[in-house]
Design a binder for this molecule. Structure first.
Ligand SMILES: Nc1nc2c(ncn2[C@@H]2O[C@H](COP(=O)(O)OP(=O)(O)O)[C@@H](O)[C@H]2O)c(=O)[nH]1
Ligand SMILES: [Mg+2]
Length: 218
């Protein structure tokens, strides 16, 4: 479909948020901020304030299309007793991180994943990718690879090892997640795409009517 074509369905203009939200989660210090910034800016910045939650926007390619995606680098999950309004409750997909040199973060990952699944149990299957970060510290690995594979098989979740420091598999991790979103929840990607096309038409001076598929050209 090109920008010039009529929309195949009515865009709900009452909703101003057709973005796909991907949340980067995991216990403190696993590298959530570094992974996110490596993906967005291809830089490794050693230190981020661990208490700050940041939100970014990016166009992400999947197949032949690009989608507007919000990426939330979460923080302070240890205190989220009541997190109903938090990113964890709103995410459409989750990159769940641990650090391969931290058994604590691996245990935390399992608990965190269960909390996210409980939070979204009404939605059924949830797009998720498990990420073992700090792969550059493989010589200090404390989470056995076989344990990770066994766990990920048991919950049927894709797994990838990354390094924010070297950039290894960072784009691939986000790509894997967007592919999971496409697999589990293709409708939200479709909606996002049509919303994006409608916005491009608006910018080009085409005002789609709210109730018909026709456009009037000003
Ligand atoms: N060696 C190595 N250090 C990393 C990597 N990713 C993050 N770090 C370091 O781990 C610490 C915590 O990273 P940060 O992104 O702030 O963790 P967050 O609390 O999960 O957001 C910082 O000192 C980073 O420099 C990585 O891939 N390899
Ligand atoms: Mg952080």
């Amino acid at each position: 479909m090109s920008v010039g074509d009529a929309l195949p369905f009515d865009v709900n203009w009452e909703r101003d948020d057709h973005r796909i939200t991907l949340c980067v989660v995991g216990s403190g210090g696993v590298g959530k901020s570094c992974v996110t910034v490596r993906y967005l800016k291809d830089e490794f910045v050693e230190y981020y304030d661990p208490t700050i939650e940041e939100s970014y926007f990016k166009e992400v390619e999947c197949g032949t299309r690009t989608y507007d995606v919000e990426i939330i680098d979460t923080a302070g999950q240890d205190e989220f007793a009541d997190h109903r309004n938090s990113a964890l409750a709103q995410g459409d997909g989750f990159l769940v991180l641990f650090a391969i040199n931290s058994p604590y973060s691996w245990q935390e990952l399992k608990e965190l994943r269960e909390r996210i699944v409980r939070e979204h149990e009404d939605k059924g299957e949830l797009p998720m990718v498990i990420v073992g970060n700090k792969k550059d510290l493989d010589s200090h690995r404390q989470v056995p690879f076989d344990d990770i594979v066994d766990y990920c098989r048991s919950i049927q979740c894709p797994f990838i090892e990354t390094s924010a420091k070297t950039g290894l598999n960072i784009t691939e991790a986000f790509q894997l997640l967007i592919e999971q979103v496409k697999l589990v929840n293709p409708t939200i990607l479709e909606e996002q795409w049509h919303y994006k096309i409608a916005n491009q038409k608006m910018r080009n001076g085409h005002i789609p009517s709210r109730s018909s598929k026709e456009c009037c050209i000003l």
